[in-house]
Ligand binder design. Structure first.
Ligand SMILES: C[S@@+](CC[C@H](N)C(=O)[O-])C[C@H]1O[C@@H](n2cnc3c(N)ncnc32)[C@H](O)[C@@H]1O
Length: 349
Protein backbone atom coordinates (compact mmCIF):
# COMPACT_ATOMS: atom_id res chain seq x y z
CA UNK A 1 0.00 0.00 0.00
CA UNK A 2 1.20 3.53 -0.78
CA UNK A 3 2.14 5.47 2.32
CA UNK A 4 2.86 9.13 2.97
CA UNK A 5 4.85 10.53 5.82
CA UNK A 6 3.01 13.56 7.13
CA UNK A 7 5.36 14.93 9.78
CA UNK A 8 8.98 14.21 10.62
CA UNK A 9 9.06 11.49 13.24
CA UNK A 10 5.39 10.49 12.80
CA UNK A 11 4.14 7.12 11.53
CA UNK A 12 3.57 7.01 7.76
CA UNK A 13 -0.05 7.60 6.86
CA UNK A 14 -1.83 5.30 4.41
CA UNK A 15 -4.03 6.56 1.59
CA UNK A 16 -6.97 5.12 3.54
CA UNK A 17 -6.00 7.17 6.59
CA UNK A 18 -5.78 10.30 4.45
CA UNK A 19 -9.18 9.58 2.91
CA UNK A 20 -10.64 9.11 6.41
CA UNK A 21 -9.08 12.39 7.52
CA UNK A 22 -10.53 14.13 4.49
CA UNK A 23 -13.99 12.72 5.27
CA UNK A 24 -13.87 14.12 8.78
CA UNK A 25 -12.61 17.44 7.52
CA UNK A 26 -15.58 17.59 5.12
CA UNK A 27 -17.92 17.01 8.08
CA UNK A 28 -16.19 19.70 10.15
CA UNK A 29 -16.62 22.29 7.40
CA UNK A 30 -19.99 21.11 6.10
CA UNK A 31 -21.74 24.03 7.80
CA UNK A 32 -20.43 26.43 5.16
CA UNK A 33 -22.42 24.80 2.36
CA UNK A 34 -25.62 24.86 4.46
CA UNK A 35 -25.05 28.51 5.33
CA UNK A 36 -24.42 29.58 1.72
CA UNK A 37 -27.43 27.74 0.32
CA UNK A 38 -29.47 29.35 3.11
CA UNK A 39 -28.29 32.81 2.05
CA UNK A 40 -29.25 32.09 -1.58
CA UNK A 41 -32.71 30.93 -0.47
CA UNK A 42 -33.30 33.91 1.84
CA UNK A 43 -32.31 36.38 -0.88
CA UNK A 44 -34.45 34.70 -3.54
CA UNK A 45 -31.48 34.30 -5.88
CA UNK A 46 -32.98 31.23 -7.60
CA UNK A 47 -36.27 33.02 -8.30
CA UNK A 48 -34.37 35.77 -10.11
CA UNK A 49 -32.04 33.45 -12.01
CA UNK A 50 -34.89 31.15 -13.07
CA UNK A 51 -36.27 34.14 -15.03
CA UNK A 52 -33.04 34.91 -16.88
CA UNK A 53 -29.27 34.96 -16.34
CA UNK A 54 -28.12 37.98 -14.34
CA UNK A 55 -24.81 39.54 -13.36
CA UNK A 56 -23.67 39.78 -9.74
CA UNK A 57 -24.22 43.55 -9.88
CA UNK A 58 -27.84 43.10 -11.03
CA UNK A 59 -28.49 40.55 -8.31
CA UNK A 60 -27.03 42.88 -5.70
CA UNK A 61 -29.31 45.68 -6.87
CA UNK A 62 -32.41 43.48 -6.91
CA UNK A 63 -31.71 41.91 -3.52
CA UNK A 64 -30.57 45.24 -2.01
CA UNK A 65 -27.28 43.78 -0.84
CA UNK A 66 -23.67 44.88 -0.96
CA UNK A 67 -22.31 44.19 -4.50
CA UNK A 68 -18.79 43.43 -3.34
CA UNK A 69 -19.72 40.90 -0.65
CA UNK A 70 -22.63 39.40 -2.58
CA UNK A 71 -20.16 38.82 -5.41
CA UNK A 72 -18.03 36.75 -3.04
CA UNK A 73 -21.03 34.70 -1.90
CA UNK A 74 -22.17 34.10 -5.49
CA UNK A 75 -18.67 32.98 -6.39
CA UNK A 76 -18.72 30.53 -3.48
CA UNK A 77 -22.10 29.21 -4.68
CA UNK A 78 -20.47 28.63 -8.08
CA UNK A 79 -17.75 26.72 -6.24
CA UNK A 80 -20.42 24.56 -4.61
CA UNK A 81 -22.09 23.85 -7.96
CA UNK A 82 -25.34 25.63 -7.07
CA UNK A 83 -24.71 28.45 -9.59
CA UNK A 84 -22.63 28.61 -12.75
CA UNK A 85 -20.99 31.65 -14.27
CA UNK A 86 -20.23 32.31 -17.92
CA UNK A 87 -18.58 35.61 -18.82
CA UNK A 88 -20.21 37.38 -15.86
CA UNK A 89 -23.68 35.90 -16.45
CA UNK A 90 -24.88 33.76 -13.55
CA UNK A 91 -27.29 30.86 -14.04
CA UNK A 92 -28.72 28.05 -11.92
CA UNK A 93 -27.14 24.61 -12.17
CA UNK A 94 -29.49 21.57 -12.17
CA UNK A 95 -29.01 21.42 -8.35
CA UNK A 96 -29.59 25.17 -7.94
CA UNK A 97 -32.87 24.94 -9.90
CA UNK A 98 -34.45 23.19 -6.88
CA UNK A 99 -33.96 26.40 -4.85
CA UNK A 100 -36.66 28.14 -6.90
CA UNK A 101 -39.81 28.13 -4.71
CA UNK A 102 -41.95 27.66 -7.83
CA UNK A 103 -40.25 24.37 -8.74
CA UNK A 104 -42.73 21.50 -8.20
CA UNK A 105 -40.10 19.67 -6.12
CA UNK A 106 -38.62 22.81 -4.59
CA UNK A 107 -36.18 22.62 -1.66
CA UNK A 108 -36.49 26.35 -0.97
CA UNK A 109 -38.50 25.86 2.24
CA UNK A 110 -36.00 23.27 3.48
CA UNK A 111 -33.10 25.65 2.81
CA UNK A 112 -34.80 28.49 4.71
CA UNK A 113 -35.80 26.29 7.62
CA UNK A 114 -32.82 23.93 7.97
CA UNK A 115 -30.30 26.65 7.24
CA UNK A 116 -32.08 29.00 9.66
CA UNK A 117 -33.62 27.97 12.99
CA UNK A 118 -32.78 24.27 12.69
CA UNK A 119 -29.10 24.90 11.97
CA UNK A 120 -28.82 27.47 14.76
CA UNK A 121 -30.41 25.12 17.27
CA UNK A 122 -27.58 22.62 16.82
CA UNK A 123 -25.16 25.18 18.24
CA UNK A 124 -26.93 24.72 21.59
CA UNK A 125 -26.34 20.95 21.73
CA UNK A 126 -23.18 21.01 23.85
CA UNK A 127 -24.83 23.34 26.36
CA UNK A 128 -27.95 21.15 26.50
CA UNK A 129 -25.85 18.01 27.03
CA UNK A 130 -23.86 19.62 29.83
CA UNK A 131 -26.58 21.63 31.54
CA UNK A 132 -29.77 19.85 30.53
CA UNK A 133 -32.62 21.56 28.71
CA UNK A 134 -33.22 21.64 24.98
CA UNK A 135 -30.67 22.93 22.47
CA UNK A 136 -33.22 25.06 20.62
CA UNK A 137 -34.40 26.71 23.84
CA UNK A 138 -30.80 27.53 24.85
CA UNK A 139 -30.20 29.31 21.54
CA UNK A 140 -33.57 31.00 21.02
CA UNK A 141 -34.58 31.57 24.64
CA UNK A 142 -37.99 30.01 24.01
CA UNK A 143 -39.42 26.61 23.04
CA UNK A 144 -39.65 25.57 19.41
CA UNK A 145 -43.42 25.87 18.99
CA UNK A 146 -43.46 29.28 20.75
CA UNK A 147 -40.88 30.40 18.19
CA UNK A 148 -43.02 29.11 15.29
CA UNK A 149 -46.03 30.87 16.81
CA UNK A 150 -44.12 34.17 16.64
CA UNK A 151 -42.78 33.53 13.14
CA UNK A 152 -45.78 32.74 10.93
CA UNK A 153 -43.71 32.72 7.73
CA UNK A 154 -41.34 30.12 9.21
CA UNK A 155 -44.35 28.15 10.53
CA UNK A 156 -45.69 28.11 6.97
CA UNK A 157 -42.35 26.74 5.67
CA UNK A 158 -42.32 24.19 8.49
CA UNK A 159 -45.81 22.87 7.76
CA UNK A 160 -45.28 22.74 4.02
CA UNK A 161 -41.97 20.96 4.53
CA UNK A 162 -43.17 18.36 7.03
CA UNK A 163 -46.39 17.49 5.17
CA UNK A 164 -46.36 13.80 4.26
CA UNK A 165 -46.37 13.14 0.51
CA UNK A 166 -49.74 12.55 -1.14
CA UNK A 167 -50.47 8.84 -1.03
CA UNK A 168 -49.07 8.31 2.50
CA UNK A 169 -52.53 7.53 3.91
CA UNK A 170 -53.17 5.09 1.09
CA UNK A 171 -50.00 3.22 2.06
CA UNK A 172 -51.06 3.28 5.74
CA UNK A 173 -54.49 2.08 4.58
CA UNK A 174 -52.88 -1.10 3.24
CA UNK A 175 -51.76 -1.85 6.82
CA UNK A 176 -54.87 -0.79 8.76
CA UNK A 177 -58.52 -1.07 7.77
CA UNK A 178 -60.20 2.33 8.24
CA UNK A 179 -63.44 1.28 6.53
CA UNK A 180 -65.37 0.52 9.76
CA UNK A 181 -64.26 3.66 11.65
CA UNK A 182 -66.94 6.24 12.46
CA UNK A 183 -64.78 9.01 13.88
CA UNK A 184 -61.05 9.36 13.32
CA UNK A 185 -59.15 11.83 15.52
CA UNK A 186 -55.76 12.97 14.26
CA UNK A 187 -53.84 14.22 17.29
CA UNK A 188 -51.32 16.88 16.23
CA UNK A 189 -52.38 16.23 12.64
CA UNK A 190 -50.51 19.14 11.02
CA UNK A 191 -52.33 20.79 8.14
CA UNK A 192 -54.82 17.91 7.90
CA UNK A 193 -53.65 16.49 4.60
CA UNK A 194 -53.08 13.02 6.11
CA UNK A 195 -56.47 12.96 7.86
CA UNK A 196 -58.31 14.17 4.75
CA UNK A 197 -56.67 11.40 2.73
CA UNK A 198 -57.55 8.81 5.40
CA UNK A 199 -61.17 9.99 5.16
CA UNK A 200 -61.20 9.16 1.46
CA UNK A 201 -60.50 5.55 2.54
CA UNK A 202 -63.34 5.68 5.07
CA UNK A 203 -66.28 7.29 3.27
CA UNK A 204 -68.62 6.82 6.28
CA UNK A 205 -66.28 8.44 8.82
CA UNK A 206 -65.90 11.96 10.15
CA UNK A 207 -62.55 13.42 11.15
CA UNK A 208 -61.37 15.61 14.00
CA UNK A 209 -58.05 17.42 13.55
CA UNK A 210 -56.55 18.46 16.90
CA UNK A 211 -53.83 21.06 16.41
CA UNK A 212 -52.25 24.16 17.90
CA UNK A 213 -54.09 27.40 17.06
CA UNK A 214 -51.09 28.54 14.97
CA UNK A 215 -51.83 25.74 12.50
CA UNK A 216 -55.43 26.76 11.90
CA UNK A 217 -54.93 28.98 8.80
CA UNK A 218 -52.86 26.39 6.93
CA UNK A 219 -55.16 23.53 8.03
CA UNK A 220 -58.35 25.33 6.98
CA UNK A 221 -56.82 26.15 3.60
CA UNK A 222 -55.79 22.50 3.09
CA UNK A 223 -59.11 21.03 4.25
CA UNK A 224 -61.08 23.42 2.03
CA UNK A 225 -59.67 21.84 -1.12
CA UNK A 226 -58.59 18.30 -0.14
CA UNK A 227 -60.97 15.46 -1.02
CA UNK A 228 -62.35 14.24 2.34
CA UNK A 229 -61.60 17.62 3.96
CA UNK A 230 -65.31 18.55 4.05
CA UNK A 231 -65.88 15.80 6.66
CA UNK A 232 -63.18 17.11 8.92
CA UNK A 233 -63.52 19.48 11.88
CA UNK A 234 -60.57 21.57 13.10
CA UNK A 235 -60.23 21.67 16.90
CA UNK A 236 -57.67 24.12 18.30
CA UNK A 237 -56.11 22.68 21.43
CA UNK A 238 -53.09 21.26 23.20
CA UNK A 239 -52.63 17.48 23.25
CA UNK A 240 -50.58 17.83 26.42
CA UNK A 241 -53.74 18.97 28.17
CA UNK A 242 -56.60 17.17 26.47
CA UNK A 243 -57.51 14.93 23.54
CA UNK A 244 -61.15 15.03 22.34
CA UNK A 245 -63.21 11.95 23.21
CA UNK A 246 -65.61 10.19 20.85
CA UNK A 247 -63.21 8.72 18.29
CA UNK A 248 -62.90 5.04 17.58
CA UNK A 249 -59.53 5.50 15.85
CA UNK A 250 -56.87 7.91 17.14
CA UNK A 251 -53.88 8.77 14.98
CA UNK A 252 -50.59 10.07 16.41
CA UNK A 253 -48.44 10.59 13.34
CA UNK A 254 -44.88 11.84 13.79
CA UNK A 255 -45.70 13.43 17.13
CA UNK A 256 -44.00 11.27 19.77
CA UNK A 257 -40.50 11.72 18.32
CA UNK A 258 -40.84 15.40 19.14
CA UNK A 259 -41.07 14.90 22.87
CA UNK A 260 -39.05 13.48 25.75
CA UNK A 261 -40.50 10.46 27.58
CA UNK A 262 -42.41 12.28 30.37
CA UNK A 263 -44.31 14.42 27.85
CA UNK A 264 -44.97 11.40 25.60
CA UNK A 265 -46.48 9.62 28.60
CA UNK A 266 -48.73 12.62 29.16
CA UNK A 267 -49.85 12.79 25.50
CA UNK A 268 -50.41 9.02 25.39
CA UNK A 269 -52.26 9.22 28.72
CA UNK A 270 -54.63 11.80 27.21
CA UNK A 271 -55.18 9.49 24.21
CA UNK A 272 -55.84 6.61 26.61
CA UNK A 273 -58.42 8.71 28.49
CA UNK A 274 -60.16 9.50 25.18
CA UNK A 275 -60.09 5.90 23.92
CA UNK A 276 -63.05 3.66 24.58
CA UNK A 277 -62.89 -0.15 24.77
CA UNK A 278 -62.38 -1.50 21.27
CA UNK A 279 -60.85 1.77 20.10
CA UNK A 280 -57.46 1.79 18.40
CA UNK A 281 -54.51 4.13 18.66
CA UNK A 282 -52.29 4.25 15.57
CA UNK A 283 -48.79 5.59 16.08
CA UNK A 284 -46.93 6.40 12.88
CA UNK A 285 -43.23 7.03 13.50
CA UNK A 286 -39.75 6.17 12.39
CA UNK A 287 -38.34 3.32 14.41
CA UNK A 288 -34.74 3.22 15.54
CA UNK A 289 -33.06 -0.11 14.82
CA UNK A 290 -31.29 -1.72 17.78
CA UNK A 291 -27.99 -1.07 16.08
CA UNK A 292 -27.17 1.85 13.82
CA UNK A 293 -24.70 1.43 11.00
CA UNK A 294 -23.12 4.00 8.72
CA UNK A 295 -25.46 5.68 6.26
CA UNK A 296 -28.73 5.10 8.18
CA UNK A 297 -30.76 8.28 7.70
CA UNK A 298 -32.93 7.55 10.73
CA UNK A 299 -30.34 9.28 12.92
CA UNK A 300 -30.98 12.58 11.07
CA UNK A 301 -34.58 12.58 12.29
CA UNK A 302 -33.39 11.55 15.74
CA UNK A 303 -30.93 14.45 15.95
CA UNK A 304 -33.46 17.01 14.67
CA UNK A 305 -35.91 15.78 17.30
CA UNK A 306 -33.22 16.11 19.98
CA UNK A 307 -31.92 19.54 18.93
CA UNK A 308 -35.32 21.12 18.31
CA UNK A 309 -37.47 19.57 20.99
CA UNK A 310 -35.47 17.24 23.23
CA UNK A 311 -37.25 14.27 21.60
CA UNK A 312 -36.02 11.00 20.10
CA UNK A 313 -36.68 8.38 17.46
CA UNK A 314 -37.39 5.27 19.56
CA UNK A 315 -36.66 1.57 19.34
CA UNK A 316 -39.42 -1.02 19.47
CA UNK A 317 -38.57 -1.80 23.11
CA UNK A 318 -38.80 1.92 23.98
CA UNK A 319 -42.21 2.24 22.28
CA UNK A 320 -43.49 -0.81 24.13
CA UNK A 321 -42.34 0.61 27.47
CA UNK A 322 -43.73 4.08 26.72
CA UNK A 323 -47.15 2.76 25.71
CA UNK A 324 -47.19 0.46 28.72
CA UNK A 325 -46.44 3.29 31.12
CA UNK A 326 -49.48 5.13 29.73
CA UNK A 327 -51.80 2.13 30.25
CA UNK A 328 -51.75 1.04 26.61
CA UNK A 329 -50.62 -2.20 25.03
CA UNK A 330 -48.82 -2.58 21.75
CA UNK A 331 -50.84 -4.99 19.59
CA UNK A 332 -49.09 -4.84 16.25
CA UNK A 333 -46.01 -3.34 14.59
CA UNK A 334 -45.83 -3.10 10.80
CA UNK A 335 -43.03 -1.56 8.82
CA UNK A 336 -43.80 0.30 5.61
CA UNK A 337 -42.07 -1.38 2.67
CA UNK A 338 -38.51 -0.15 2.05
CA UNK A 339 -38.53 2.50 4.76
CA UNK A 340 -37.91 3.20 8.43
CA UNK A 341 -41.54 4.28 8.82
CA UNK A 342 -43.53 2.06 11.11
CA UNK A 343 -47.19 1.76 12.02
CA UNK A 344 -47.77 0.73 15.62
CA UNK A 345 -51.25 -0.29 16.71
CA UNK A 346 -52.18 0.00 20.38
CA UNK A 347 -55.29 -0.38 22.51
CA UNK A 348 -56.32 -0.08 26.17
CA UNK A 349 -54.21 -2.39 28.34
C1 LIG B 1 -43.97 16.67 13.04
S1 LIG B 1 -45.52 17.41 12.99
C2 LIG B 1 -46.54 16.04 12.43
C3 LIG B 1 -47.79 16.50 11.76
C4 LIG B 1 -48.69 15.37 11.24
N1 LIG B 1 -49.16 14.55 12.31
C5 LIG B 1 -47.98 14.57 10.17
O1 LIG B 1 -47.55 13.44 10.41
O2 LIG B 1 -47.84 15.11 9.06
C6 LIG B 1 -45.99 17.60 14.67
C7 LIG B 1 -47.27 18.38 14.83
O3 LIG B 1 -47.63 18.49 16.22
C8 LIG B 1 -48.27 19.74 16.39
N2 LIG B 1 -48.22 20.11 17.80
C9 LIG B 1 -47.11 20.47 18.50
N3 LIG B 1 -47.42 20.71 19.78
C10 LIG B 1 -48.75 20.49 19.90
C11 LIG B 1 -49.65 20.55 20.99
N4 LIG B 1 -49.21 20.90 22.20
N5 LIG B 1 -50.96 20.25 20.79
C12 LIG B 1 -51.39 19.91 19.53
N6 LIG B 1 -50.58 19.82 18.44
C13 LIG B 1 -49.27 20.11 18.63
C14 LIG B 1 -47.47 20.67 15.51
O4 LIG B 1 -48.17 21.85 15.19
C15 LIG B 1 -47.18 19.79 14.30
O5 LIG B 1 -48.13 19.97 13.27
Amino acid sequence: MTTHTTRPGSEPMSVLDLAARHRLSTMIEGYRASALVHVAAELGIATLLAERPRTAAELAQETRTNPRTLGQVLRALCGLGVLAEDDGALTLTPAGAFLDPRHPMSLHGQAVYFGGPSYLSYSGLVESLREGGIAFDHVFGMPYYSYLDREPAMAEHYHRMIALPAGAATVIGTLFDFTTARQIVDVGGGNGSLLAEILTLAPQARGVLLELPLTEPSALATLATAPGGDRCEFVAGDFREHVPAGGDVYVLSRVLANWADPMCERILGNCRDALRPGGRLLVFEMMMPDQVTEGMRVVDGDMNALAHLGGAVRTRAEFTALLGSAGLKLDRVQQLPNSQWTLLEASLA
